[in-house]
Design a protein around this ligand. Structure first.
Ligand SMILES: [Zn+2]
Length: 294
């Protein structure tokens, strides 16, 4: 088994540093330019590293959005990487892993090879093949052992498939595919919890997953809508290095846009909307402990 680690990959370096420093890096689910601009502004202001997360949707909507994110990440004064989250179609992974930024390096620093909608054997086989393809292009990879239940805008809803907590065996199996980042299922769900009281995480499981993964892959967290800072802190204490956020940073923006579209000039809608995202990103950077770590 060869696990050629991508030690010079920017996303790998960023999350290794987070593990070392015991803080979390914000991974911002970005559907538009406002979110990308706000995330990078927040990162520059807080001197924090950050990851821009695009779903395959972004590439299908317009590859120009990928170019924009890649360009913006390279112009930033702090480390910013671009990650494709939940790439569920092998053809999309093959295509986007070939996109280059202007400097000739891959537009995506990391890609989540999400074959969790396949049965386990096929999932592992496909993951292994795609990990090796991405690695050959200098791109780090992520996978989801077990299955994180639910769906969110831009991710296929796996409601017809049962959520499955990540087991120790799966951690080993997925590490063996060569992945760099591991997104475990330990009670976290995609989409909404419909109240903080419905968030039931198996912290012991997370801790033991981290124990097994330590020194081999970095653990990342999906499904954080409605998480309060103390729950986030407990996850980071147990080894989480990147925290995917969607509504945690977009909720105020979503509300503002819904209430003001057509009522204020578009320029104002964009500017104010960007500010609202930036504000929440900055707050979360302080909570995650990544402020000042760039
Ligand atoms: Zn996810």
């Amino acid at each position: 088994m060869t696990l050629d680690k991508l030690t010079s990959n920017r996303a790998v370096k960023m999350l290794n540093a987070a593990a070392e420093g015991k803080y979390g890096v914000l991974g911002v689910v970005s559907y538009n330019m406002e979110t990308i601009i706000a995330s990078i502004r927040a990162a520059e202001k807080k001197k924090a590293p950050i990851q821009i997360l695009l779903f395959p949707w972004a590439y299908k909507y317009s590859p120009l959005l990928v170019d924009f994110a890649a360009h913006a990440s390279r112009k930033a004064t702090v480390p910013v990487t671009v990650h494709m989250d939940h790439a569920q179609d092998p053809e999309v992974i093959k295509a986007v892993s070939q996109i280059k930024a202007e400097d000739g390096t891959p537009a995506f620093d990391s890609i989540m090879v999400d074959m969790s909608h396949y049965e386990k054997e096929e999932n592992l086989a496909k993951t292994k093949e795609l990990v090796s393809l991405c690695h050959s292009r200098g791109i780090a990879t992520e996978a989801e052992p077990g299955r994180i239940e639910g769906g969110e805008d831009g991710v296929k809803d796996t409601a017809e498939l049962e959520g499955m907590m990540t087991t120790a065996e799966e951690v080993d199996d997925f590490i063996a595919t060569g992945i760099d980042f591991l997104a475990p299922a330990f009670g976290n769900v995609h989409g909404d919890y419909h109240g903080v009281e419905n968030i039931h995480l198996d912290y012991e499981r997370l801790a033991s997953i981290h124990e097994r993964a330590k020194g081999k892959v970095q653990v990342v967290l999906h499904g954080t809508n409605e998480f309060p800072p103390d729950i986030m802190a407990k996850c980071i204490e147990r080894g989480v290095t990147r925290v995917n956020v969607n509504k945690l940073v977009l909720s105020n923006y979503n509300e503002y846009v819904a209430a003001n579209t057509g009522k204020v000039p578009l320029t104002q809608l964009l500017e104010k909307g960007t500010e609202l995202i930036q504000e929440l990103c900055e707050e979360w950077m302080d909570h995650l402990g990544c402020s000042g770590k760039a």
